[in-house]
Design a protein around this ligand. Sequence first.
Ligand SMILES: [Zn+2]
Length: 739
Amino acid sequence: MKNFLIIALIVIAAYFAMVYTAPDKSATKSPAGNEKTTLTTTEEVTKTTDTNKGKTSKDDSTNIFFGDYNTPYGIPPFDKIKDSDFMPAIKWGIKNHLAEIDQITANKEPATFANTIEALEWSGADLTKVTSVFFNLTSANTNATLRKLQAEIGPMLSSHFDDINLNQKLFERVKTVYEHKNQLNLRVDQQKLLEDSYKSFIRGGANLTAEDKQTLRTLNKTISKLSIKFDDNLRAETNDYELVIDKKEDLAGLPEDIITAAAETAKKRGHEDKWVFTTHRISKTPFLTYSTNRDLKRKLFYAYTHRGDNGNAHDNNQVAAEIVSLRNKKAHLLGYKSHADYVLEERNAKSPENVFKLLNKVWKPTIARAKQEVADIQAMIDSEGGNFTVEASDWRYYSEKIRKARYDFDEAETRPYFSLDATLEGVFYTANRLFGLTFKERHDLPKYHEDVRTFEVYDNGKLIGIYLTDHFVRPAKRGGAWMNSYRKQSRKDGKNVLPIVVNVLNFPKPVGDEPALLTFDQASTLFHEFGHALHGLLSDGIYRSQTGTSVPRDYVEFPSQVMEYWFSQPEVLKHFARHYKTGEVIPDSLLKKINKASKFNQGFSTGEYMAAAYLDMAWYAQPDEAILDAHSFEKQAMDKIGLIPQIYPRYRTTYFRHIFAGGYSAGYYSYLWTDVLAADAFEAFKEKGIFDAETAAKFKKYIFSSGGTDDSMTLYRKFRGKDPEIGPLLRSRGLIDSK
Ligand SMILES: [Zn+2]
């Protein structure tokens, strides 16, 4: 069963960068510990000249970052950090980092693994110390000052890491070690560190001629500017549109809380006594789901699906096409066939062909299911005497109606069983049964907001890390749900550094004495994010760039997606899902309903996700350097897969932020890729019991503790004893019949 899984997956897809920490590669290649790396790759951020580089503020003594924290476990002393500390501290970190790099290159000794590769790996610790706090806070608890700083610090860091990547002397030393790799008798993780270091220099352009290096810098700069433009256009288009309703009858079908929210939106936008709906997901989705007014739904749907595609000053067609063209130029410069070839070389998928192979396998049953769903909707329209053909803007309304009629499943029925506290107990219970973990809350440690809770995490009695939670929505937090690290686990000179990880979510804050009650999806998301947190907490490696979630993008969602399977198990649900008032365990009748409804509407939700994944690959797997016509390109790509008119790709070109202004170019397929692993991995537990000790021990060792210390598919096979298969995924989504 697992529609929840899919729902959550799609939700997650929507939040992309927010949902998980970026694999932070290496401190030398990206702003380490910085989730922002998912948004813009280091080499593509506009460079600016920073004349103050290296200078520190006059009043150094009060800057908290310059000394030791002197807090329990080295938790950042949030109460003592001032916004004005960041800029001088980051300059200080950059200066120290460059000094460390200079030390490596000035070494008169021949290059060795220790004096070059390891030295490079451990360099930049001061900078990481500051950036990890900075980027965590700019996501979870920002303000105008931090936002302004962010715009300055992003390019500064990118410029800094570019300088390291294109440092010829440094590269020569790395290359020397690399060329002797077979004589060095290195451990597996060391071999990988060496390979990854070397490759990242090559992929960053270290082997190019001086002239080509310059071309590359220019390309990066232009791509970065265009990405920012794409984002600005999209933000403007999303914010500008409003559907103003002034007649009460046009609100027919909408739930009361949605109407109230629309009235508030109207007020804020200066429309007294009216209602406003926007193209923000939180506004447009309920309207499309509940409104009975087809014309208005069509209008709002059109606005949503034409963001950046209105032929005005904010049109993104040309911008997107230009980004693709420039990325292909860059790929060609570096010796790759296309941008996708360049990107995928570093992923488990390895090549565009392998991505298409997976997509094609899932697409056939998906589109067949979608066509069946269209027929079901049409039948309902006809039975109501509707006398029209179902359109894309009708889908949500009718699928919701069918769901209710068929499964009698209402979210209001489940929420009382999923209080936040109970659900949190559920994730802790799962971690305990699987991995022997226990969680002890501390109330005396520094926090950046009163909503933050702090837990010591013990593995069979031994302290292994610190877990922070920050569950409630507030304006200073960006949307979505994610995990990040304040400090990653590492072990330098045998000294183990405990990880400090955080889960940030956006659940509605309860009022009065009522507890926070979660929807089924929200509860599932809590398990998902907790999976990322476990990946960070159970980490057991040496090098910071390899521990925790520092794994390929088409692997990083695996530990989180797989946790959703435990969430949906009756054995787990019956342990924690208790009515917040009566304490009654969730009844079997409700579990049955949930289970039955779980595979409903999968043709649509998997279909719209996959159409976007195809669109991403269509753009980036083709090698053209010319600027293509985005309209006809998209149409051709969608015609090629036989997309039906009732389904639009989840993101059309002009608002596909992930792939034009985020870090997901040639990567949107990743969610499906990791879900194959998640479904296949859970199959191992289904065979032997969901808490089978032997399976769980392997799971812990090879999946949750190993991070990026070895090739991720090698680790997967060590856990599973075989390659993953796609059958479990198709069955879990109900796309083929269950065994
Ligand atoms: Zn995730």
